[in-house]
Design a binder for this molecule. Structure first.
Ligand SMILES: Cc1ncc(C[n+]2csc(CCOP(=O)(O)OP(=O)(O)O)c2C)c(N)n1
Ligand SMILES: [Mg+2]
Length: 301
């Protein structure tokens, strides 16, 4: 959780210095869910994180240096300098790359889960969905087939109250997504507090293990608040202060349960890991123009 928070604080600075192009998206306030899902999985499982789930990448073994290489557009980074943002994955670590089209990763993950089932492999495929994604048809096609085929897929809903600046209540009549998944597709679904790391971990871990045991698809809805706006241009001034006051900071909440010396040691080691990873990425080469067409045509990267 702290790796994601600290990494994103550093990338905000890099962005304001003009060293990261495009925009900045972060998962402030949602780190518990991202970390919990990453830690609930095992080697051989696959996961498709979205743009607020860097902790999932880190929990699956993606390095801080590789994440910085992507943001800084380095030639030896996960997207070889083609993306300077969150649109990357590390397939060798079972992490699928993010595509921007909301909901598109849902049927992809159901397909991966179907492959595991057909091969008789004890693995699980997991993806995240926000409320905006939940209004896209692909998601409902994916959920439906996951139920029909009873594949080992886990859907983690990031219910953070908004899609861009649209509050969920202006987008859907029933904002209880767990209820809709359970009622609509007969997929077991629970709704938990996404600011409580241990509760989120317990719920996601149980869902992953049920899917792994052959009990079919599972869903966990984690209720959070998106701490920042959608992206750098958005100051989230439309989020009422009374709503903000209802949500705890997941990191402070977990830290309050730790011994303060232990918490300090974690903070120090995270700062060191971030600084070392950034230094490594900064020393990495720029993309080679000769490699521009790699991965576009049949030639593999
Ligand atoms: C199919 C599609 N429609 C619209 C967009 C533009 N868009 C990007 S993010 C977003 C809102 C996403 O909201 P949500 O799924 O709740 O995720 P959150 O940003 O809250 O994490 C929209 C509308 C898109 N990327 N893809
Ligand atoms: Mg949302």
């Amino acid at each position: 959780m702290l790796l994601q928070r600290t990494f994103e604080e550093r990338t905000w600075t890099l962005y304001r210095q003009g060293r990261i192009s495009g925009s900045m998206y972060d998962g402030l306030g949602q780190e518990a869910v991202a970390a919990a899902a990453g830690l609930a999985l095992e080697d051989g499982d696959v996961v498709a994180p979205l743009n607020r789930e860097l902790a999932t990448h880190f929990a699956r073994g993606v390095t801080v240096a590789d994440a910085f290489r992507n943001f800084l557009g380095r030639g030896d980074g996960p997207t070889f300098g083609r993306d300077g943002n969150m649109h990357f994955g590390v397939p060798a670590r079972g992490v699928f790359p993010l595509v921007s089209m909301l909901g598109n990763l849902c049927p992809v993950v159901v397909g991966a889960a179907l492959a595991f089932k057909r091969r008789g492999e004890p693995h699980v495929a997991l993806t995240f969905l926000g409320e905006g994604a939940f209004s896209v048809g692909d998601v409902h096609e994916g959920l439906n087939l996951a139920g029909v085929w009873q594949v080992p897929a886990v859907f983690v809903l990031q219910s953070n109250g908004y899609s861009y600046s649209t509050p969920s209540s202006a987008q859907m009549v029933n904002t209880n997504l767990a209820e809709r998944i359970q009622g609509g597709w007969s997929i077991p679904a629970v709704r938990v507090d996404g600011t409580d790391a241990m509760v989120a971990f317990g719920a996601i871990k149980a869902a992953v293990e049920r899917a792994r045991a052959g009990e079919g698809p599972q869903a966990v809805e984690c209720v959070t608040l998106r701490g920042h706006g959608h992206a750098a241009h958005d100051d989230a001034s439309y989020v009422p202060a009374e709503l903000r006051a209802l949500f705890a900071d997941p990191i402070e909440r977990l830290e309050s349960q730790l011994d303060s010396q232990e918490a300090d040691a974690i903070r120090r080691s995270v700062v060191e890991e971030i600084s070392a990873g950034l230094a490594e990425a900064e020393a990495s080469p720029a993309p080679d123009p000769a490699a521009m067409e790699h991965g576009i045509y049949a030639r593999p990267l």
